[in-house]
Design a protein around this ligand. Structure first.
Ligand code: TRP
Length: 383
């Protein structure tokens, strides 16, 4: 069992209080530095995505080379994904909001993977196939509703796209020894063989444009740092195909409302997250009950200030809901100095969350009309 300071982060398990800097060192990835942010700022015409400016995307692999390539006329494509097991919560949108930002500013294509198969295999509660497929389509609609361009956005919905993906998947699978997946994911003798194969499918989108176009096309994968193990496998084999190693941009995990490291709702913890299909009363209740970094009494808080770094409400401002860096700085300073009390802070946040939900509902209804048309069903060739 992990001790107090211990934590575990793999694609199939996240637990303990995560020390992100230590995790980055363990994984051997690069820190996101001010120089890298300046480079991106320049390429994007004087803007930075909020989540990068606020340090949520804190780690990467090979991002500078990809950005330099872009600046010299070699565009990349984006790839990210979702394992569908239920309604999305706000934290699941983080990586897609970043992708949408890149697509809008730089006009690059986006590939989304919906892994209905992976979730069926990895579910600890024995989810039904019908459910992973149902949620796959629902989740895809929510993702597309963030403002993706229908003409430049493509979806690998694993069970529906498998005929298209399979010629590439078989080539990839041949390069992955069992000993590798066993070590990387910590598989045991009782792990089902679906998961043993699955990582090959998560590599497919990263190579797809290079395979389809017959030339190396650079790829950028924004993802939670828990997904890095899959892409170490992808990167290790890329050159053997003559494809570029995908660049990665890793985010921290969004903490849960109950004060846990991750906004996960596994088990009986529905109040740990804001689901996109929560009614306004549920959103209000969850935020009002959320764990904060506040003091025991108002008097103490006015005198000593509160601690944003441990507060789940501050994490929501930081990751997704502060509309400007100035607003984020104001909330942070008010919290630390004791001028902004938790009740008022929650009211201000709820106003933003409410607006986001209302706009999302409208965008989602439109995206529903074209979501399925993004699903890839044909391979560039059948061998
Ligand atoms: N394995 C991811 C999950 O469980 C889903 C996924 C597939 C993904 N491809 C991806 C996530 C690429 C990030 C980037 O949610």
């Amino acid at each position: 069992m992990p001790g107090k300071e211990e934590f575990v982060v793999t694609p199939y398990e996240v637990k303990g209080r995560i020390d992100y800097e230590r995790l980055r060192e363990q994984f051997g990835t690069q820190p996101v530095t001010p120089e890298l942010l300046a480079k991106l700022h320049h390429i994007a015409g004087g803007e930075l995505p909020p989540a990068l400016a606020r340090g949520i995307y804190y780690s990467h692999r090979d991002l500078p080379a990809l950005l330099d390539g872009f600046a010299h006329g070699n565009p990349f494509f984006l790839y990210s994904g979702r394992g569908p097991s239920g309604p999305l919560h706000t934290s699941h949108l983080l990586q897609f909001q970043l992708c949408q930002w890149f697509q809008k500013r730089l006009g690059v294509p986006m590939y989304i993977q919906i892994t209905d198969d992976e979730k069926f295999w990895s579910s600890k509660t024995g989810i039904a196939r019908e459910e992973t497929v149902h949620w796959g389509l629902e989740n895809l609609t929510d993702i597309l509703a963030l403002g993706f361009d229908p003409k430049r956005t493509h979806t690998f919905f694993d069970s529906r796209s498998i005929a298209a993906m399979y010629p590439l998947a078989v080539r990839i699978a041949r390069k992955v020894p069992y000993s590798t997946v066993k070590a990387v994911f910590g598989f045991t003798p009782s792990t089902n063989i679906g998961l043993v194969f699955y990582t090959a499918l998560q590599t497919v989108p990263a190579f797809w444009p290079s395979w389809a176009e017959g030339r190396p096309v650079p790829c950028l994968i924004p993802c939670g740092i828990d997904q890095d193990p899959h892409f170490r496998i992808t990167r290790d084999m890329a050159e053997s195909f003559g494809y570029p190693k995908p660049a990665l941009l890793h985010s921290q995990m969004v903490p849960g409302l109950l004060g846990e490291s991750v906004m996960s709702t596994t088990g009986d913890r529905a109040d740990n997250a804001l689901f996109l299909d929560d009614p306004p009363e549920a959103v209000e209740r969850k935020v009002r009950n959320a764990f904060t970094g506040g003091r025991a009494t108002v008097e103490e808080q006015r005198r000593l200030g509160a601690t944003p770094e441990i507060c789940s409400v501050w994490a929501l401002w930081r990751t997704q809901f502060a509309e400007s860096d100035a607003k984020f700085a104001e909330v942070t300073a008010g919290c630390r100095s004791g001028t902004l009390l938790c009740g008022e802070c929650k009211s201000q946040l709820l106003e933003r969350v409410g607006k986001f939900y209302a706009a999302h509902r409208v965008a989602r209804a439109k995206a529903k009309e074209w979501a399925e048309s993004t699903i890839v069903t044909r391979a560039p060739r059948d061998l």
